[in-house]
Design a protein around this ligand. Structure first.
Ligand code: ATP
Length: 295
């Protein structure tokens, strides 16, 4: 899989305040890559540098083979960027607003109309004739997302696409991003809702005070920072030294071998297996652990 984004030794100082410190990251083609961290961790700063809106103080940024610190024009044609706040021009209706941006992207009129209809349809936004100033927060966010997709970019960089949205609209958008990823788009997303991040992201980077703490799959983070525990619930016609709950025995262990040996015992004795389940740390739980850990 080819590399779409490569950040090397990236630093950003706002005057003398270090917002991003020695950041190294790679995002591969087709990935949904999450960037999470506390308020002020540096997420927006990183995203703005990736899309060429902000120059780093030092380090290199390569996006789809382009050095963004030297010439970002060509790369920008293939990037759709959704800023954290996306005020719309309130005196235009949705159709006019999106047509206006299609012209900026130099899309032919007929193609633009088709594209707008398709995007509004897939985002379930029936508000073509409404003024953008009259839209609800969720509808505005959907229009902003449609705008980032007008030119059919290969890379989507979305800064908190769900902020301020109700749970169902949020989930709709998250699911929509999953569909876009299946269509081949690479997506970088920052978000505070870690359930969403765990649900859609292939890999996650955690930033703390401008520094990368960890960058991996949630599964791999679980190996290092989380826990996984298996639980066997069974019935036996014998007096055993296990925890009891009503007529059942319960056994919990993190070690698969112990579970396997109990399952074998259950089978050999013709006991009844009631339930076998696994409980594992959610990203949220690990995040809290990582962020509160003293360094
Ligand atoms: P949030 O989750 O609140 O959106 P964030 O992780 O996106 O936060 P950034 O917006 O990147 O964080 O900000 C990182 C740090 O840089 C913060 O301490 C912030 O105050 C500072 N910062 C951001 N923009 C500027 C600026 N234009 N001038 C000075 N400092 C800034």
């Amino acid at each position: 899989m080819s590399t779409i984004i490569k950040l090397e030794s990236l630093n950003k100082l706002y005057r003398d305040f270090p917002a991003v410190k020695d950041l190294n990251l790679e995002v591969k083609e087709g990935e949904i890559f999450g960037i999470i961290g506390h308020n002020g961790a540096g997420k927006t700063t990183v995203l703005k540098m990736i899309v060429g809106l902000l120059a780093p103080t030092s380090g290199t940024i390569e996006v789809m083979g382009h050095d963004m610190t030297k010439d970002s024009t060509d790369a920008k044609k293939d990037i759709g960027y959704l800023p954290e706040e996306s005020p719309l021009y309130e005196n235009m209706n949705v159709q006019e607003y999106l047509m206006f941006f299609s012209e900026l992207y130099k899309l032919p009129k007929k193609e633009a109309k088709e594209r707008i209809n398709l995007l509004l349809d897939s985002l379930k936004l029936e508000a073509k004739g409404k003024y953008t100033g009259e839209l609800s927060k969720g509808m505005k966010r959907k229009v902003a997302i449609a705008r980032t997709l007008l030119h059919d970019p290969k890379l989507l960089v979305l800064d908190e696409p769900n902020s301020g949205l109700d749970p169902l609209t949020s989930f709709f958008i998250i699911d929509y991003l999953k569909k876009l990823s299946k269509e081949g788009k690479t997506i970088v997303i920052s978000a505070h809702n870690l359930f969403h991040v765990e649900y859609i992201c292939d890999r996650v980077a955690i930033l703390k005070n401008g520094e990368l703490v960890v960058c991996d799959t949630v599964e791999a983070m679980r190996e290092t920072f989380g826990k996984r525990e298996y639980e066997v619930v069974f019935q036996a016609d014998a007096n055993l030294d296990y925890e009891r709950k009503e007529e059942n025995y319960i056994f919990r262990a993190a070690d698969v071998a112990q579970i396997a040996s109990l399952l074998q015992k259950i089978s050999e004795n013709n006991w009844a297996l009631v339930d076998l389940s696994v409980q594992q740390s959610a990203l949220e739980e690990m995040y809290v652990g990582i962020m509160t850990e003293e360094k």
